[in-house]
Design a protein around this ligand. Structure first.
Ligand code: ATP
Length: 450
């Protein structure tokens, strides 16, 4: 194994953005027209990474529980939903304009709102005014007040308004959860930092309905479980921490809230929120819709409005976290090696398959083996260039395993299995290969993880 003799370097956003474009993770939206501020398109590897992060969350939050179900609510909802939720009234950011250069800023992102414009430096900032972040549009051909609808700014409300539907159709009992993944839209004023904050993004949210006297217990449970989730995904614990919301940060509906923060290259920022939303949401929908959303406990005959513990994470923000956390550069045998240390469960490609050379039937045999692996894993076949370069190309996109077919394969039906992180190689029989890859994925530990 080659020596790894230079320590990890902290990655810059410019490096991540350039890698994403070069290797097909993420491109500017409408690139041929010069891009659109704050909108991004996911390329072949980015779409795969995003889907796999979504699948990992879905497995963790639904499949592994017998009392959490998934739904997929519409983006467009009845406009009264957003009155009941408080978004029409409260979902605002304080906005400051510069009279001189016309730049706009969130007041809480400007160091001195009475001072100079962060862009042009002139003392021409306006007082802050409230700006609603919901995108408004109209349903149907008539653009009058009665046709106003909003693009949902969160997926959560779709779960609340379906509380009774889910309860009645799935015979669940409190405590139970509703999970959802989907697009959300916010007309954000500050949308820098690549895909960290965008106007169109995806969320993965789970609403857990509990007895009001159990709220603290379940809040603590989900807080710990969600933090552990990232450790199990191989995220560096040094880059994760909790932040409890102070009284001035708590949303109008929340009794308690913690962020799981991640250390991005531009600082510690929220990745996920765990919120005790009390009975606020269901009570408001009872009031605004005029429907009974209480729960009857059959065993005690107690009727009550459940409290909701919410876990809410950005899927697109998780993609950025995975890229930043996985990125490492090292010197190997005097050459720079770029590695994305994705957990094998979320890597866009799981196995690269290479014939050592194209001739003597090796390429055909490699194609056969790739076809076998394809049934179980995302594979990539590559027969171009020196084998070392082929390994490096897979390292740079985070492929955890590479399989090389050589002359011994033709003789004894074994292949070389090469591991991305350690660069170690082992000889594996073709028949054992699928089982060996599953085993390696189950036992995956990121280098340096405790
Ligand atoms: P922030 O304080 O960053 O604006 P928030 O507290 O308003 O976020 P929530 O409403 O709790 O966010 O949304 C849950 C999650 O959705 C966030 O933790 C974040 O990961 C993600 N998210 C929120 N807004 C955006 C956005 N504009 N772009 C990308 N992801 C977002």
């Amino acid at each position: 194994m080659a020596a790894t003799d230079v320590p990890v370097t902290a990655v810059s956003m410019d490096t991540i953005v350039a890698l994403c474009k070069r290797r097909g993770f993420i491109y500017p939206s409408s690139d041929v027209y010069g891009g659109l501020a704050s909108a991004w398109d996911y390329g072949p590897l980015g779409a795969a990474l995003k889907n796999r992060l979504r699948d990992a969350w879905w497995r963790e939050m639904t499949q592994l529980h017998d009392n959490i179900v998934g739904i997929d609510a519409a983006i467009l909802m009845h406009p009264r939903v957003w009155e009941a939720s408080g978004h029409v009234e409260n979902f605002t950011d304080p906005l400051i304009d510069c009279r001189s250069c016309k730049a706009r800023f969130r007041a809480d992102h400007v160091d001195d709102p009475n001072g100079k414009c962060p862009q042009c430096g002139k003392p021409e900032l306006t007082p802050a005014r409230q700006f609603n972040l919901m995108f408004r549009t109209h349903l149907g051909p008539v653009q009058d007040a009665g046709s106003v609808v909003y693009l949902r700014p969160e997926t959560a409300q779709g779960s609340y308004v379906n509380f009774k539907n889910v309860l009645q159709s799935s015979r669940l009992k409190v405590p139970f959860g509703i999970a959802q993944v989907g697009k959300a839209f916010r007309n954000e004023i500050t949308t820098k930092s690549f895909i960290f904050r965008t106007c169109e993004f995806e969320q993965m949210e789970m609403q857990y309905f509990v007895h009001p006297s159990d709220d603290t217990k379940w809040f603590e449970h989900w807080k710990e479980r969600r933090f552990q989730y990232y450790l199990d995904l191989g995220i560096d614990p040094e880059n994760l921490r909790f932040h409890q919301h102070g009284p001035d940060e708590l949303a109008h509906y929340a009794r308690d809230a913690y962020d799981i923060r991640y250390r991005f290259p531009f600082g510690w920022q929220e990745l996920e929120g765990i919120h005790n939303r009390t009975d606020f949401d269901l009570k408001r929908h009872m009031e605004f819709a005029g429907k009974d959303l209480t729960y009857l406990d059959e065993s005690t005959r107690e009727r009550y409005v459940p409290f909701i513990i919410e876990t809410a994470v950005g899927l697109t923000r998780s993609v950025l976290m995975a890229l930043v956390d996985g990125y490492e550069e090292e010197q190997v045998g005097g050459e720079r090696r770029v590695v994305l240390r994705f957990h094998p469960r979320v890597a866009p490609i799981t196995v690269g398959v290479f014939p050592l050379v194209k001739k003597d039937g090796l390429a055909e045999r490699a194609r056969e083996i790739e076809a076998e692996l394809r049934e179980s894993f995302a594979t990539f076949y590559d027969q171009g260039g020196a084998i070392g370069r082929r390994y490096r190309r897979q390292d740079e996109i985070g492929t955890p395993y590479c399989v090389t077919i050589d002359y011994d394969t033709m003789a004894d039906d074994t292949v070389t299995l090469r591991f991305r992180d350690s660069m170690e190689q082992e000889r594996v029989g073709r028949r054992e290969l699928v089982a060996r890859l599953h085993e390696a994925t189950r036992g995956y530990r990121r280098p340096g993880a405790g």
